[in-house]
Design a protein around this ligand. Structure first.
Ligand code: GLP
Length: 646
């Protein structure tokens, strides 16, 4: 493979980082990264304070920097870090949102940071989203002037959007762009839809510092967590700078670094294809990954790979160590072949030497964890049905109620339905009707982006339970197999602001002890740590730690499934469950029952992003990959990976 045209911009990179044009530090987890950056900021503030100078920081919004802000608040409280001489400039603001709007970045910054530290109100700067259209240009220029008057940004914190945007500099933003009004990309608006309770409510425009403004900061640190950011991080770090990925313009800045977690780093060449950038220890997993990659590169099934294919693609040493290709191909082919099973709970009375799951005990107690209703069927609806058909004792655990994802109109309709029933039945003093009447009133009184009252959340949760039950029935699962935990972290929180409590872990621990599962299916392990799936996975992990040493746990395997937006590469899959066309269509029907999760205004949405479409595409893509490797051609495949409690 050819090397990048220009040398990496950061000095002294290790051999395996040679493709990286931005210094990228991979941390064990987001908290470790946030703690390190918070310490750097504290040191900067203290040294400026000692020199009698202010500290000028550029700040970002989004879920990503929240952990950093928590650390800064901690340093303020525990180590008396003062922000009295700190001046901040935020990157951006939605255009048309007032400061009081729950989704305004002004409000976000106050709730997440400013209200908890001693920064003077006059030192806080966020672009004004309410400036009239004809005053935007002047207001943006004044913002830039103010940064300059403060002495320029000493440190700029950035997150990154899935389009590769920094601030709101969407693809197409030039390297020299300045603070201005921009139009938001469709993907960005879709990513913000959950916060705004529907894509239609997401503003179309924003005011953002320009790429040029950002590049003038003396130091820049970009943070990213979770697998959803992995592709865009790899592109920004390794590809040539381009307007279609504004974060790539950070290359060339003299003091920029990316601090990311392992999930966000997973697409970097040094991690995904390490044999391309240095000598590697050819573990079985790496050998498999490289052979699958080679097969995809040369577009040949595994069994047809030749020695020269290996040597022409930088894999000669694998051949020397484990070749020739004939035997290596067969070995890897067999390994992948053995991931395929129609028996996700193990095949009774079969030799299971090469099967992903053990045969005994035959009827297994299976716990399927679904962070929100719908995650179960989206990730593993076909496998769920198979487990039931094959006689396993399956319990589906909905960890959260999912009520935050229900639009008001759905709740109003449900309340009306109860009231109508009450009228039809003529029953006096029906408490259900009284509740529905209250909820209807509360919904009517609610302003557009107000949070929901506990009663509204209750009703929305009930709605999602109904959908989950209908979906289970579509998978031929008895509704009695569903357990709804309504974990408190979710009931007390809102998106981006969840905090795990002891009660969450206790609820899952109790359930594990009650069921004593032989198999657990779960998701969220490498998601953005602030997301519901990641929080739910962390709760499960802590519950498993709490039960360590209990005998059932020695005989329990944990399988990970993934949401349809995050594909596993074939070489990473450890259990592949094929679905027939019929099974796929049952799965889609099950997903379809999650009515409140469908796009509210299908006519204004484009492309394949209804969840059942994504699931169908995802499962068919995996099947196509297996086919291209020379394995059997299935309609669709659901994929799993084993997870071990360390
Ligand atoms: C928004 C913000 C960006 C932020 C991005 C990613 O678009 N304008 O500054 O980096 O979201 O958000 P998150 O951190 O929630 O993934």
């Amino acid at each position: 493979m050819s090397q990048p045209a220009s040398l990496p911009t950061h000095a002294a990179s290790a051999e395996n980082e040679q493709r990286e044009r931005i210094k990228t530090v991979v941390h064990a987890n987001a908290d470790a990264a946030a703690a390190q950056l918070a310490a750097e900021i504290a040191a900067l503030i203290r040294s400026n304070d000692a020199a009698g100078k202010p500290t000028v920081l550029g700040l970002a919004t989004g879920s990503t920097p929240v952990r950093l802000y928590r650390q800064l608040i901690r340093l303020h409280r525990e180590q008396q870090l003062s922000f009295k001489n700190v001046i901040t400039f935020n990157l951006d603001e939605y255009y048309g949102l007032s400061r009081t709007h729950p989704e305004s970045y002004w409000r976000f910054m106050h709730e997440q940071l400013f209200n908890h530290i001693d920064i003077p109100a006059g030192n806080v700067n966020v672009p004004d989203g309410m400036v009239p259209r004809d005053g935007v240009f002047a207001s943006c220029r004044a913002y830039e002037d103010k940064i300059r008057q403060a002495g320029g940004l000493q440190l700029q914190i950035l997150g990154i959007g899935r389009t590769g945007h920094i601030g709101f500099n969407e693809p197409g933003s030039g390297r020299d762009s300045r603070t201005r009004l921009v139009t938001l990309d469709a993907l960005t608006r879709r990513d913000a839809a959950r916060d705004f309770l529907g894509e239609a409510n997401v503003p179309r425009h924003a005011i953002t510092m320009g790429v040029g403004t950002i590049l003038e900061a003396r130091r820049i640190v970009l943070l990213a967590w979770g697998e959803a950011k992995a592709r865009v991080i790899a592109e920004a770090v390794e590809k040539a700078p381009t307007e279609s990925l504004p974060a790539s313009f950070l290359q060339g800045h003299p003091a920029v670094s990316f601090h990311i977690d392992t999930a966000a780093a997973s697409e970097l060449t040094r991690i995904r294809h390490p044999w391309l950038v240095g000598t590697v220890d050819w573990t079985p997993a790496l050998a498999r990954r490289s052979v699958v990659w080679l097969s995809q590169q040369v577009k040949k099934p595994v069994l047809k790979l030749l020695d020269e294919n290996y040597s022409e693609h930088g894999m000669a040493d694998l051949l020397t160590e484990q070749g020739p290709s004939y035997g290596l191909n067969i070995r890897i082919f067999n390994e992948i072949q053995h991931t395929i099973t129609g028996w996700p709970g193990g095949k009774p009375n079969a030799d299971d030497t090469h099967r992903p799951e053990r045969a005994v005990p035959h009827s297994k107690r299976v716990l399927i964890f679904s962070p929100e209703p719908a995650d179960d069927v989206l990730g593993m609806g076909g496998t769920l049905r198979r487990l039931i058909d094959q006689g396993h004792d399956v319990t589906v655990v909905y960890q959260t109620s999912g009520n935050l994802g229900v639009p008001d109109e759905e709740a109003t309709m449900a309340a009306e339905l109860v009231l109508e029933l009450d009228r039809v039945s003529g029953s006096a003093a029906n408490p259900g009707a009284a509740f529905a009447r209250d909820v209807r009133q509360q919904l009517a009184a609610k302003a557009a982006f107000d949070g929901d009252t506990p009663e509204i959340r209750k009703l929305k949760g009930i709605l999602r339970r109904g959908e989950a039950r209908a979906a289970l029935q579509a998978c031929s699962v008895a509704v009695s197999r569903a357990r709804f935990l309504d974990l408190p972290f979710y009931e007390k929180g809102r998106y981006r602001q969840f905090q795990i409590g002891d009660a969450d872990v206790a609820a899952v621990t109790a359930l594990l002890r009650e069921i004593k599962p032989h198999q657990i299916f779960a998701t969220g392990q490498s998601s953005d740590p602030s997301s519901v799936p990641a929080v739910c996975f962390e709760i499960l992990r802590r519950a498993l730690v709490a039960t360590k040493g209990e005998s059932w746990l020695n005989d329990c395997r944990v399988w990970l499934y993934r949401n349809p937006e995050q594909a596993w590469e074939p070489a990473e899959i450890e259990m592949a469950v094929p679905l027939s066309p019929r099974e796929l269509s049952w799965k889609i029907q099950a997903i379809y029952h999650h009515k409140s999760q469908r796009s509210q205004i299908p006519s204004v949405t484009e492309g394949r992003h209804e969840s059942w479409q994504q699931a169908e595409h995802h499962n068919q893509t995996i099947a196509r990959h297996y086919d291209a490797l020379g394995l059997a051609e299935y309609e669709a495949i659901e994929a799993f990976q084993r997870w071990h409690l360390s």
